[in-house]
Write a protein that binds this ligand. Structure first.
Ligand code: GDP
Ligand code: IMO
Ligand code: MG
Length: 427
């Protein structure tokens, strides 16, 4: 069985953690391929709730090897505290593997993220402030620090000094901040080295060997398609590639090994941070979605912006990821609405548009064209099969499937592992 990718089809927080955890028991490896601790993936197992930021959700499945791929950016202090938090709760984390090529989020990257946002003022992105963008910028500028650099003190010293040369000019002369000491940064990073050494490995080799031996590898995306640096709503995006191609570059596994790409799709839409969002609601319905759906950020605690389902975005996710399946989540949250509007197209400057416009200004002007579907009032949280759903809920799912361009193979009807209706198997 080759590799599967599981990724966010909207603006993140679609329920990737729950979906990954659901498959965790049946796969051998769960691999994060991009992003870092900007992610917040919630997993509910029985009466226990876990919030994972950097670690792959597979860490909660005992038989599964969790892997942090080369495309991820790693804040070592967050890594260690997340590991010790799980250990205190009895979770065995000893199988974790971290790519030596993954880049390190240094303390100065976190500082630069925060001061840049402050400097942007009203034009800010609303980042998570975790240093993600500046770390990827250093990677592209070839002044990044990699996990393997922690094990060569003199190289580390040289690289940190080189990176801080320019940054300290910016911090002191432009942002009016104090310079950061290279020696202090090196000392802090060296302090993490021994603690994470046992996890560091050639993950590309290990994953390719595993696939050659017919092991099942699941790539778990962070963020979502519309937050992708290339295919998202730039510049209101994250600095990596959550889309399917990112799974290859972020792990060193070739595209011919991937057989299934599963898009996690919320039955309505949410977004955190700034940027365009055509179906956003500013009324009582938006407030109700936020309240019933518990739409508050796992990482930053910010309220999520909420709106109706947007089929234009779902179609776009199918296209740019080559989705083979959708996992529709949070259908239960829509219980109780008499009618549910679904955005089927946009109106842009008086014209009806069926596909996501590539022009940023057009997208900013896009007004949703709604079709209204009948709602349902029955509690669906106990539904185990598609036929257990009320007629109108089934019709809602079928309508979304038709508009979105890929089969809906699973439906979430609650946050728990077993609150899922499986229509087609993913494996
Ligand atoms: P992720 O970042 O994509 O992993 O998603 P988050 O964990 O940030 O947000 C999704 C939230 O929805 C979490 O609180 C999940 O426990 C919850 N959730 C996931 N699937 C379902 C579902 O089908 N129904 C309900 N009610 N909650 C769900
Ligand atoms: P998960 O994996 C939702 C958003 C931030 C901001 C933008 C850039 O839980 O779905 P960054 O710190 O990445 O430079 O911020 O991206 N963002 C997310 N929104 N879910 C996430 O992760 C996100 N990770 C980043 O709010 O708008
Ligand atoms: Mg999240």
């Amino acid at each position: 069985m080759p590799a599967l990718v599981l990724l966010g089809a909207q603006w993140g927080d679609e329920g990737k953690g729950k979906a990954t955890d659901l498959l965790g028991g049946s796969v051998d490896y769960v691999v994060r391929y991009q992003g870092g601790n900007n992610a917040g993936h919630t997993v509910v197992v029985g009466d226990q709730k876990y919030a994972l930021h950097l670690l792959p959700s597979g860490i909660l499945s005992p038989g599964c090897v969790p892997v942090i791929g080369n495309g991820v950016v790693v804040d070592p202090s967050v890594l260690l505290s997340e590991l010790s938090g799980l250990n205190e709760r009895g979770v065995d984390t000893s199988k974790l593997l971290i790519s030596g090529n993954a880049h390190i989020i240094t303390p100065y990257n976190v500082t630069v993220d925060k001061v840049t946002e402050r400097f942007l003022g009203k034009r800010k992105i609303g980042t998570t402030g975790r240093g993600i963008g500046p770390t990827y910028a250093d990677k592209i500028n070839r002044v990044g620090i990699r996990v393997q650099d922690l094990y060569d003190e003199s190289i580390l010293q040289q690289k940190v000094e080189a990176a801080l040369d320019v940054k300290n000019q910016l911090l002191t002369k432009l942002y009016n901040r104090r310079a950061i000491s290279a020696d202090q940064v090196v000392e802090e990073l060296l302090g993490y080295a021994a603690q994470i050494e046992s996890y560091v490995a050639d993950t590309t080799l290990i994953l390719n060997d595993a696939l050659d031996q017919d092991k099942v590898v699941l790539f778990e995306g962070g963020q979502g398609t519309l937050l992708d640096i290339d295919h998202g709503t730039y510049p209101f995006v994250t600095s990596s590639n959550p889309t399917a191609g990112g799974a290859c570059t972020g792990t060193g596994v070739g595209p011919t090994k991937i057989s299934r790409v599963i898009g996690i799709l919320k039955a309505y839409t949410t977004r955190v941070g700034a940027g365009p969002f055509p179906t956003e609601l500013f009324d009582a319905d938006g407030e109700a979605l936020r309240r019933i759906g518990g739409e508050r950020g796992v990482t930053t605690g910010r309220d999520r912006r909420c709106g109706w389902f947007d089929a234009v975005i779902a179609r776009y996710a199918t296209r740019v990821n080559g989705l083979t399946d959708f996992f529709l989540t949070k259908l239960d949250v829509l219980t109780g609405w008499e009618e549910i509007p679904v955005c089927v197209a946009y109106e842009i400057d008086g014209k009806r548009v069926e596909e996501l416009p590539y022009s940023q200004s057009d997208f900013h002007h896009a007004k949703p064209v709604y079709e209204t579907l009948p709602g349902w009032s029955e509690d669906i949280t106990g539904a185990k099969s598609f036929s257990d759903l009320p007629k109108n809920a089934r019709a809602y799912v079928k309508a979304l499937e038709e508009m979105s361009g890929a089969p809906i193979s699973a439906i979430g009807v609650g946050p728990g592992r077993d609150e899922t209706i499986q229509i087609n198997s993913f494996l």
